[in-house]
Design a protein around this ligand. Structure first.
Ligand code: 13P
Ligand code: SF4
Length: 308
């Protein structure tokens, strides 16, 4: 064991002890650092983590992810203590729409159904009719009555993809994930030329021209399930690099190539083992949502959980 591994081992042991003492559940998104994913009780995509947060009997939920994820857990489980180990871990895309801006847009389209990507604030969820994640967005949009217009916030790329899949016209907000949106069609073409045997799996937060070059489009957990079940042995992945840790464990013996080396989300990488330990020791930072916002946001989030 090298020095770093032995430091991780000690921290992981300390975290396990604190976890028992606090009756805590540790959830980690698949974009987290490998050593953080390794101490989690559960790793997954946004949808799977929300479900875990809704169902747990633990007193404390430590959310290794970004702010909107912990906030969604607090909406679903208001009696639990929800901790975000790195309080500054936000999602730039979630910050691209505010409740005030959405209220103004709703005035332009008063009859539209507002579908909001879970990557949004509690205030924005409170202004929305139904929430979705990348794993269920197509299904959610298909449930919207055909005579209704749809206003989709904040991800224009996901909104565009969902519109095509569901055969619906969608009014898209102009937001985007600066990690997925930076993958260009040229970069993906290069990766395809370098690995002509590989199947291309991309996340729906990628640009339309990138999605057009892909063989399949999945949420992060969807990619892992597909790689595991597929007869193919080589994959090019168009998503955040954190996925490599779990996909290599879940479907070993296969080859994975990142579509670009630049797909690293600094917010997702801001959580470290030291910060997880500190959060359990000091019960920090506790994420809460005011009741009046929570009640309205819960409607949108619960509708999503009931549909899927
Ligand atoms: P999923 O977890 O739905 O795959 O979304 C990815 C993401 O960007 C989360 O921040
Ligand atoms: Fe937000 Fe993109 Fe980072 Fe996910 S990967 S937290 S959508 S910036």
């Amino acid at each position: 064991m090298n020095k770093k591994e032995s430091e991780y081992f000690t921290l992981q042991k300390e975290i396990q002890e604190l976890k028992k003492k606090r009756n805590a559940l540790i959830l980690a998104h698949l974009y987290q650092r490998p050593e953080v994913q390794d101490i989690a009780d559960f790793t997954g995509d946004s949808l799977e983590l929300s479900k875990q947060a809704a169902e747990t009997e633990a007193d404390v939920i430590v959310f290794c992810g970004v702010h909107f994820m912990a906030e969604t857990a607090a909406i679903l489980s208001p009696k639990k203590t929800v901790l975000l180990p790195e309080v500054d871990a936000g999602c730039p895309m979630a910050d691209m729409v505010t409740a005030e801006q959405l209220r103004a847009k709703k005035k332009e389209y008063p009859d539209a159904v507002v579908v909001c990507y879970v990557n949004s604030s509690a205030e924005v969820k409170a202004e929305s009719d139904i929430c979705c994640t990348s794993a269920n967005a197509v299904e959610i949009v298909r449930q919207v009555p055909a005579d209704k217009r749809i206003l989709f916030v904040p991800d224009k790329n996901l909104g565009h993809y969902v519109g095509l899949q569901a055969g619906r016209e969608i009014i898209c907000w102009e937001g985007y994930c600066n990690i997925h949106d930076r993958l260009s069609a040229g970069q993906l073409q290069k990766a395809k030329q370098a690995h002509p045997q590989a199947l291309v799996l991309v996340h729906p937060e990628c640009r339309p021209e990138v999605i057009a070059l892909a063989d399949r489009v999945f949420s992060t957990s969807g990619m892992i399930r597909f790689a595991k079940e597929s007869d193919h042995n080589e994959f090019i992945l168009g998503t955040e690099s954190g996925i490599l840790h779990k996909i290599q464990k879940s479907a070993p013996g296969k080859k994975y190539y990142m579509a670009s080396d630049e797909m690293i989300c600094p917010n997702m990488k801001a959580t470290s083992l030291e910060k997880v330990k500190l959060s359990l020791e000091k019960l920090q930072t506790c994420i809460t949502v005011p009741d009046e916002i929570r009640d309205k946001a819960l409607n949108a989030v619960e509708r999503m959980i009931v549909v899927i």
